[in-house]
Design a protein around this ligand. Structure first.
Ligand code: E4P
Length: 218
């Protein structure tokens, strides 16, 4: 499973890239707003740090303007994936960009039917939002299971399932068990993945016993 980080904060991205665990980055207009930076500058900086796909989202909603924005964004670096919303115009943009060899991440997916449309439009990634479905009392993980099953029925579908709106490690592990291709994870949840109380307890015991030996290795 590929790990993307869901942030536009360059310091966090640099730190995660240094771990060797990072396969890509996703941003959205809210994350860009939170960074307080210009989208073109921040995407360029992220692309210098990460060689995998970096999703940059268009802000327009009408086809011609979305295409203009997509062309500006994709010129930033070869690894920019253009993010478009799952709307009729968004999927038309997806189809046009995919034909030109540009990676497209179709976002704001909340149903298996929408995921099927995105695959037919040639999306490189479909982003179903699990947390936001949970928030309204639906089961976000069921959507992932449905999409993985449907895509798996058709070997010609090359669209990768990119699980988005992840809120906790359980979302990630359930998605991995289902065989989802990618998870985009907030930095705080990535930090949670490392921790287990038995790891902390075991390490403390090892260190205490080691100190009794009076040895040093290097
Ligand atoms: C990523 O591509 C999405 O924009 C993001 O995961 C949304 O997460 P949120 O529902 O926590 O805002």
């Amino acid at each position: 499973m590929k790990f993307f980080v869901d942030t536009a904060e360059i310091a966090e991205i640099r730190a995660l890239a240094a771990t060797g665990l990072l396969d890509g980055v996703t941003t959205n207009p809210s994350l860009i707003a939170k960074s307080g930076r210009n989208i073109l500058d921040v995407i360029a900086e992220i692309c210098e740090v990460v060689s995998g796909p970096v999703s940059a989202e268009v802000a327009a909603t009408e086809y011609e303007q979305m295409m203009k924005e997509a062309k500006v964004l994709r010129q930033i670096a070869k690894n920019v994936a253009i993010k478009v919303p799952l709307t009729p115009d968004g999927l038309r943009v997806c189809h046009a960009l995919a034909k030109e060899g540009t990676q497209v991440n179709v976002t704001l997916c909340f149903s298996p039917a929408q995921a099927l449309l995105a695959a037919k439009a040639g999306a490189s990634f479909i982003s179903p939002f699990v947390g936001r479905l949970d928030d309204i009392g639906q089961n976000g993980m069921e959507l992932i299971a449905d999409i993985v099953q449907i895509y798996g029925n058709y070997p010609s579908i090359k669209t990768e399932v990119l699980v988005a709106s992840i809120r906790n490690p359980i979302h990630l592990i359930e998605a991995a068990k289902m065989g989802a291709d990618v998870a985009t994870i907030p930095p705080g949840v990535i930090k949670q993945l490392y921790h287990h109380p038995l790891t902390d307890k075991g390490l403390s015991a090892f260190l205490a016993d080691w100190a009794k030996t009076g040895q040093s290795i290097a």
